[in-house]
Design a protein around this ligand. Structure first.
Ligand SMILES: N[C@@H](CCC(=O)N[C@@H](CS)C(=O)NCC(=O)O)C(=O)O
Length: 306
């Protein structure tokens, strides 16, 4: 049966027709808009609406009620306060005084079918815009927010010279592509040899970051935090909290022999937004470290180190 009169809300809250009535009949390919992706998932064998909290709303083709936008809201960000990737997006929102314009929601489970309707890789953060466009990936979301609000403070978050921007981009890529895969050693289950290999990987990447920091300036570019600083430091909050507590690193080992990195870290922590983000991440990590169910606590207990 084709239902003809189901409508999506537009940015200003008015109803707009669904994109195509054919979408009800033929599974569409993956789309960048969540409601079109919905059609695709409905056509899949492994789509199991009964396991999906949103299923009733999806079946009715109405967006979940908590995702209906009004003119005051610019989008919904799926994230958690503990996520290091989500934290860079929160930092940008706070720096641009946009926090009230974005709904921040926890994902309904990672990599679940219902969340994959929203986020292509089932990862957070993901930004859902009122017209249904999904912007995944923290770096992409931050750049979108900066560009969208360029003349309302966005330009202050961007390095001012082409060279400092290139260095900053390289640092973000070093973190996201090469360093992040080693992060699992902080709280994941693996054998000791693999864990030490990840730690060696982290050390090697710390040296590369040290090499690329400016000898004449504590921050990556200029006197205030820009996107590269904002992007890197939540992971250092993880390192500083977890490595000494759980894995026997000295309190300042991350910075040992890396004076530029140490100066960078101290300077970043003078920033009030950075302080707030650090407190949020650490309260999440504290839960992870708490008995009986915290993920770090359970791991340490299984290794006889709790
Ligand atoms: N490249 C992604 C990485 C995001 C990422 O790894 N997010 C973590 C949380 S911090 C996640 O969603 N993990 C769940 C999973 O991979 O299942 C980005 O920059 O957004």
């Amino acid at each position: 049966k084709i239902k003809k009169n189901i409508h999506f809300p537009s940015q200003n809250g008015d109803a707009v027709p669904p994109p195509s009535c054919m979408a009800f009949l033929i599974p569409s390919p993956p789309s960048r808009r969540w409601h079109e992706r919905l059609d695709f998932f409905h056509g899949r064998k492994n789509w199991q609406p009964k396991h999906c909290n949103f299923s009733q709303q999806f079946a009715n083709r109405a967006p979940p009620s908590n995702l209906v936008f009004n003119s005051k809201v610019e989008g919904t960000i799926f994230t958690t306060p503990t996520s290091n990737f989500g934290s860079r997006v929160r930092h940008v929102l706070l720096a641009l005084a946009l926090e009230d314009k974005f709904i921040q929601k926890r994902p309904p489970g990672f990599k679940t079918p219902e969340f994959k309707v929203i986020s292509p890789f089932g990862k957070i953060p993901a930004l859902l815009l009122p017209d249904g466009l999904v912007i995944p990936e923290s770096d992409v979301i931050c750049r979108y927010l900066i560009e969208r609000h360029w003349s309302q403070g966005g330009s202050d978050l961007w390095p001012s010279s082409a060279e400092t921007a290139a260095v900053g981009n390289f640092l973000i890529r070093t973190h996201d592509i090469y360093m992040h895969p080693n992060q699992k050693a902080l709280y994941g289950t693996m054998d000791e040899a693999e864990r030490q290999k990840c730690f060696d990987g982290i050390r090697a990447n710390l040296d590369i970051i040290e090499a690329y920091l400016d000898p004449d300036s504590p921050l990556v570019a200029g006197d205030s935090l820009t996107l590269p600083d904002i992007s890197l430091y939540p992971t250092f909050v993880y390192y500083q909290y977890i490595l000494p507590r759980c894995w026997g690193w000295a309190a300042e080992e991350v910075f040992e022999g890396r004076p530029k990195l140490q100066r960078w870290w101290r300077r970043v922590l003078e920033d009030p937004i950075a302080q707030r983000i650090k407190a949020d991440i650490e309260s999440g990590l504290e839960r992870w470290a708490s008995p009986p169910d915290g993920r770090i606590y359970k791991l340490m207990a299984s290794l006889g180190r709790a």
